[in-house]
Design a protein. Structure first.
Length: 443
């Protein structure tokens, strides 16, 4: 009873401050937004956990209800200030993901994972493309398009709808302290799947430019190639330096980790790199160069990452444009149901082909439902390049994100619980270290 009362009190006090005569302008909106999100969203996460839901869902629902599109307690300026922490949060979440992938441990399963992932992605994209092609007149996106133009538009929309959310997947695994084949397979699939879809998206953009009378140059493909391969190269170099620091120093990790996240996030903006990919590559290098220290660092970060996850997902919830559902809700719901059915069918078929246990495929599909930043980023590129029909596609995509970002975490948490992987990190514990001890007490 105390937590609901504390949540109500926090919301009421913030509402009084925001709706007062001075409003937010007389205050520091950054401090107010972050403080309110940390306290109230954390309480909301604890409340929904009592009903068997993931804390992430509570953070998202808090952001939606209190955000500018519903309650407006977190006003538009406050929501904008919350986005300031997103860069560091994405780097930290992706770094944790890289620390999850140890090639020596995955080698026995690598062949099955590649077959499973490739067949799943192929069947999912093909199924979505066929559905979008047949349902095009009813989607509300330039129904008069025919021929090559319709092919390009439907292909781009299929790539957007098929994309996943590595950030939500990583955050749920970290929050649940999950470890096992379901979490490992899902994490690998969403990361590699999004990389392949981004490359396919770049090729389809060239087709779209040609079909709609554009220049059809290779600028976008070069840019995407730089973002992917340049980000991996920079992240690998940064991870190598961080691994050397862990091996030979291993002290003041809080300062070192904050500095690392700031450098990667800043480099992403300055050099047009993708911070998520760079941090992922850095985590991969640390985990595979210094595995015991990487495991222990991952364990310490995941235990202390709660404030970052709270603010990040509260900001994500506040930025969800729920009004898009009112505009195109029925169509978005129909596309969402078809996507869910195709994901489930594709994973079962791929599981049989790869020789995986049926139960594993039956759980992994639940981790592929969420969508977030990658999907929105691809949508914005389409809307900017093809304004005549891209804005309608953007409205549909935003509505899909709103649905999948709320439903996806619940499904994935359910899969982890049924697979018995929740809390297994605490049971297994990090491996013992030899040589220079790693001081994680300050994390």
């Amino acid at each position: 009873m105390r937590r609901p009362l504390a949540l109500a009190l926090a919301v009421a006090l913030t509402w009084l401050v925001v709706s007062g005569p001075a409003g937010v302008g007389a205050l520091r909106p950054t401090a107010l937004a972050i403080g309110f999100a940390l306290i109230a969203a954390a309480l909301a996460g604890s409340l929904v956990k009592r009903f068997g839901l993931p804390r992430v869902t509570g953070y998202l629902l808090f952001g939606v209800v209190c955000g500018p599109y519903v309650g407006n307690i977190i006003t538009t300026p406050m929501a904008r200030e919350l986005q300031l922490i997103n860069g560091l949060a994405v780097v930290l979440i992706a770094f944790i993901a890289g620390l999850e992938i140890n090639f020596a441990r995955l080698r026995p399963q690598m062949h099955a994972m590649v077959r499973f992932g490739s067949i799943t992605l192929l069947l999912l994209y093909a199924g979505l493309f066929v559905f979008i092609w047949l349902a095009w007149p009813w989607l509300g996106i330039a129904p008069a398009l025919v021929g090559l133009q319709k092919l390009a538009a439907a292909g781009l929309l299929a790539a957007v709808v098929a994309s996943f959310s590595p950030t939500v997947t990583i955050a749920l695994i970290a929050e649940s302290r999950a470890s096992g084949p379901v979490s490992q397979m899902t994490l690998t699939l969403v990361i590699l799947g999004d990389l392949i879809l981004i490359l396919l998206f770049a090729l389809l953009m060239q087709l779209g430019r040609f079909a709609f009378g554009g220049s059809g140059d290779v600028g976008l493909f070069e840019s995407v190639s730089w973002e992917i391969f340049g980000s991996f190269a920079f992240g690998a170099a940064a991870g190598g330096i961080f691994a050397l620091y862990l091996r030979h120093v291993g002290r003041e990790l809080t300062v070192a980790l904050i500095a690392f996240c700031a450098v990667v996030a800043t480099a992403g903006r300055t050099w047009h790199l993708e911070p998520l990919l760079a941090a992922l590559a850095a985590g991969l290098v640390v985990e595979n160069i210094a595995p015991p220290r990487g495991d222990m660092l991952k364990d310490a970060i995941e235990r202390s990452a709660l404030p970052v996850l709270v603010v990040f997902f509260a900001a994500a919830g506040a930025s969800l444009q729920i009004n898009a559902l009112a505009v195109i809700g029925i169509v978005a719901l129909a596309v969402s149901v078809v996507r869910l059915l195709l994901i489930r069918s594709a994973t079962f078929a791929a599981g049989r082909y790869a020789g995986l246990p049926p139960a594993l495929a039956g759980w992994v599909w639940m981790g592929l439902v969420s969508q977030a930043g990658v999907t929105l980023g691809l949508t914005l590129i389409i809307a900017g390049e093809f304004p005549t029909w891209g804005s309608q596609l953007q409205t549909l995509s935003v509505a899909l994100i709103a649905i999948h970002e709320l439903v996806g975490p619940v499904l994935f948490r359910s899969a982890l619980v049924r697979a018995g992987e929740v809390g297994r990190m605490d049971t297994l514990g990090p491996p013992a270290l030899e040589g220079v001890p790693l001081d994680t007490s300050d994390l």
